[in-house]
Design a protein around this ligand. Sequence first.
Ligand code: KG4
Ligand code: ZN
Length: 337
Amino acid sequence: MKILGIESSCDECSAAVVEDGRHILSNVVLSQVDFHKPFYGVVPEIASRKHIEWIRPVVQDALAEAGVAAHQVDAIAVTFRPGLIGSLLVGLSFAKGLAWALAKPLVGVDHILAHLYAPHLERDISYPYLGVLVSGGHTIIARVERSDRIEVLGTTIDDACGEAFDKVAKHYGIGFPGGVAIDRLARTGDARAFHFPRPSLHKGEAFYDVSYSGLKTAVIHQSDQFWNGKSDKSLANIAASFQKTAIDILADRASAAATDTGLHRIVVGGGVAANSYLRERMASEQGLEVIFPSLELCTDNAAMVAGFGYHAFVEGKVSDFTLNAEARVPMFKRAYP
Ligand code: KG4
Ligand code: ZN
């Protein structure tokens, strides 16, 4: 069974053809990074306009690369939430138009669940496991029962982890996307030069929650206060110290959740899963099997959408044409009164 996947939730315009939820026949990802770079962040209007220009050729390329004609696909899976609303609407409207024209089923896909599905495209992974989703908009620790059933154990109470990387990189002019630029610069820095603060959150129900706005503020506005007084106050040292703190916050909560739930298999997904220190640190956790997708499947791509969509489709979870885009999914972000 061949599923065409379409992804346009942020600044990657992507289409893919995946067979039986596992074999990637094509995965075309066109990044808009050069258009957003001057602003050190994704500009929503630029993103939607680029998606409008690119979506048709990207889908055509994905079909051509897979050697599949449009009428040969079994269903069209598309990200409908969460993300930038204008960007989501481009992919969703295109998918609806194509599904209508070809008389094919439409399958709406949640982007967060698709990220967690990404490593399933590369190997067999059995459920349940602890899912750790770290991207530009979300930071979620969840018990994953199956591809479409997760229980959120912890989430960020303010900024997402990737967002903190992006904001710190923007403030210091390190580069865009911030995570990639900081990861690269941190390799030459001393992570002990600054002792940045970690959040002290309340225990109890929200024990696995994380917070990044305090760390971001400390790194941007108060770095001197946390300097060890010996090493250079270089950008590389700031980047390395920030990265270590940001990743340790997450990795410590994920390890605690694994211990407490007895879920010793952890699957990490989302753009920040590409971080070299996170990969190194999680790999060294004793007694845990930690699975990361390959680097291409960490950041936004349509193969994960098509792969996830396959399972929804075979279970009859087809969407109708009233499906609308949703910018936010309440359970993925903690709403504090
Ligand atoms: O999953 P993704 O492509 O888009 C969203 O769904 O948000 O994630 C993008 C995020 C950005 O914040 C980017 O800075 C971060 O992932 N990122 C990284 C790395 N590569 C991308 N963060 C840390 N280290 C990296 N190597
Ligand atoms: Zn994403």
